[in-house]
Design a protein around this ligand. Structure first.
Ligand code: HPA
Length: 225
């Protein structure tokens, strides 16, 4: 893998890009939280990250997001490919438009690119990795986790999973004309959703993430466009 530092009109991306071959594809990896995980979700420069990926010839973005599970199918260690989003974030920079040129009103009825979603679900099948196909991602502001009442509201709104980095990333990808889909990895039950009252420990969350991400390289290698 080769490292590429990209300057963008929107400032600095979270990290240098790691570019190289992976299976049949050329891929570029962007650590959205920065190397060493120094950037909280509300401080990520989503515009610079996506612009950097596009500037080196990227056409498709697979957003790997750790999430909390809200509905039954989305328990810890589940991998899923959501098909809808509700944006509950506040105060983030939500468009590439910076006061010059025409304002954009991109179509966002299908926030994830259907063909890329299908390719992920097919790759999972080919690699024998169980995935949930479809679900509504609630993008919350963080960095704190949600209250039980907030999660209950998200559930009533029809959300299945909750994370802090899904927006405005998906909308910016659409503005840039990048295909975009999400591979969501469930780290924990969202607040109040666990079947038992036991407190979740960080060790458990890390163990869940390690277990759930283990099949990802196989799944990504099986991707065909
Ligand atoms: N809430 C929001 N984001 C998350 C969670 C959660 O419970 N788990 C992992 N990312």
């Amino acid at each position: 893998m080769e490292t590429q530092v990209v300057e963008t009109p929107y400032g600095r991306p979270s990290a240098p890009l790691r570019v190289g071959a992976f299976g049949p594809h050329r891929i570029a990896f962007m650590a959205r939280h920065g190397e060493g995980h120094a950037l909280p979700p509300h401080r990520i420069n989503y515009r610079a990250n996506l612009w950097a990926l596009k500037s080196i010839g990227g056409a498709r973005v697979i957003a790997v997001n750790s999430v909390g599970g809200i509905t039954e199918a989305w328990g810890p260690r589940v991998i899923g490919v959501p098909d809808q989003i509700i944006d509950y974030t506040q105060g983030r920079t939500v468009s590439l438009w910076d006061g010059e040129g025409e304002a954009l009103h991109v179509d966002f009825g299908e926030p994830y690119t259907p063909a890329l979603r299908r390719a992920l679900v097919e790759a999972a099948k080919a690699a024998a990795v169980p995935v949930v196909d479809g679900g509504c991602y609630a993008a919350t502001q963080g960095p704190r986790l949600e209250t039980r009442a907030e999660i209950e509201r998200l559930r009533r709104d029809g959300c299945d999973l909750v994370g802090m980095t899904g927006m405005p990333e998906a909308a910016l990808a659409r503005e840039l004309g990048l295909d975009y889909a999400c591979l969501a990895i469930v780290a924990n039950w969202a607040a109040g959703r666990a079947p038992t009252e036991e407190v979740i420990t960080l060790d458990e969350v890390l163990a869940n993430m390690a277990a759930a991400t283990a099949p990802l390289p196989g799944l990504l290698r099986a991707l065909r466009f």
